[in-house]
Design a protein around this ligand. Structure first.
Ligand code: GDP
Length: 303
């Protein structure tokens, strides 16, 4: 194995870039994924962003954008037939992943170990690490009420305006030895095009994370999740508005102030080197192209 290429990711934009980066960096790829969206439901421990990254990297992601391809939903149908309130859908095999993870965590395994075990079971060449082993949970205040993140997304349809957010448990979180080692020995660190506030924000808020990123000799670049001036999926707009940043490359750069050596975007930004390119990842070729261009840009900044 060579020097790692570290990608910080949420579940959609970051996961797609990670899949492209797998083609470019192979087993050197290390993804550090947001775990502040994790939840316990249906007797399972569900870790949506790391799971999406793993399913993407294993080429098992379903076309609907979440869950395993060709999964069945017999358990959810069975729960509904019993009158249960099935507000969080999981396919049968996806549920099996979460049940097995809950069992392993109950035995005392670390979240880092359970993700490595899932990766091995799906034949993954790259590594997906959680941002921390201890639980961190996002809650969001909207319409004058606080709700856990997944309920805000699913029951509340992710609708703003966002009035506030909190990361419960963040003060107790710590950088894992695995994440620290990957960052310290990285040849490039890429902040994926995920929601800067709700997906990347929790990763950067882990005590020790920012310091480790800044201290690493590797260049740090971000890929903007704003494509053609708008957001492709999810509530990036209301969260950027809450954070006080415009929905633009400049807004993304401002949000990551003090961290970046460069930005990859489809528009100009002020005050830092920008690789201006098509940032839409419509298919495998698009994902690979953006990952290759991003890595070349980052390594050029290091020279
Ligand atoms: P979540 O965890 O599923 O909410 O997703 P993320 O936070 O990882 O990703 C949401 C962000 O991904 C949105 O801001 C989208 O605009 C961005 N995104 C999705 N697809 C693409 C793409 O092909 N290119 C870029 N640059 N951003 C994308």
């Amino acid at each position: 194995m060579g020097s790692p290429v570290v990608v910080l990711a949420g579940g959609t934009g970051g996961a797609k870039l990670a899949r492209g980066m797998l083609d470019v960096a192979g087993e050197d790829l290390v993804v550090i994924a947001n775990t502040a969206d994790d939840l316990e439901v249906h007797g399972a421990y569900v870790s949506p962003d790391p799971d999406l990254c793993i399913f993407w990297l294993a080429d098992r992601i379903d076309d609907r954008g979440w869950g395993l391809r060709d999964d069945t939903f017999a358990v959810m149908d069975g729960l509904r037939a019993l009158g249960a309130d099935v507000w969080f859908e999981l396919g049968d095999r996806d549920l099996a992943v979460g049940i097995e993870r809950a069992r392993r965590l109950g035995e005392g395994a670390r979240l880092t170990e359970t993700l490595a075990e899932l990766g091995a079971a799906l034949g993954l060449r790259a590594r997906v690490l959680p941002m921390a082993d201890v639980p961190v949970r996002t809650s969001v205040r909207a319409r004058d009420a606080w709700t856990p993140f997944q309920e805000f997304m699913i029951r509340g349809c992710g609708e703003g305006p966002v009035q506030d957010m909190r990361l419960h448990g963040i003060d107790e979180a710590a950088l894992t030895a695995e994440a620290r080692a990957a960052i310290a020995s990285a040849r490039a660190i890429v902040i994926g095009p995920s929601n800067p506030v709700i997906s990347i924000g929790p990763i950067l808020a882990v005590p020790g994370m920012r310091g480790a990123l800044v201290a690493s000799a590797a260049p740090v670049v971000a890929v903007s999740p704003i494509v053609g001036g708008s957001v492709l999926k999810g509530p990036t707009e209301p969260f950027m508005r809450w954070a006080g940043h415009p929905l633009s490359a400049n807004g993304v750069a401002a949000h990551y102030a003090g961290l970046l050596d460069g930005l990859v975007a489809d528009e100009e930004a002020d005050g830092l080197p920008v690789l201006r390119t098509d940032t839409l990842m419509a298919d495998a070729a698009g994902r690979r192209r953006l990952a290759a261009e991003t890595l070349r840009f980052a390594e050029g900044l290091a020279a």
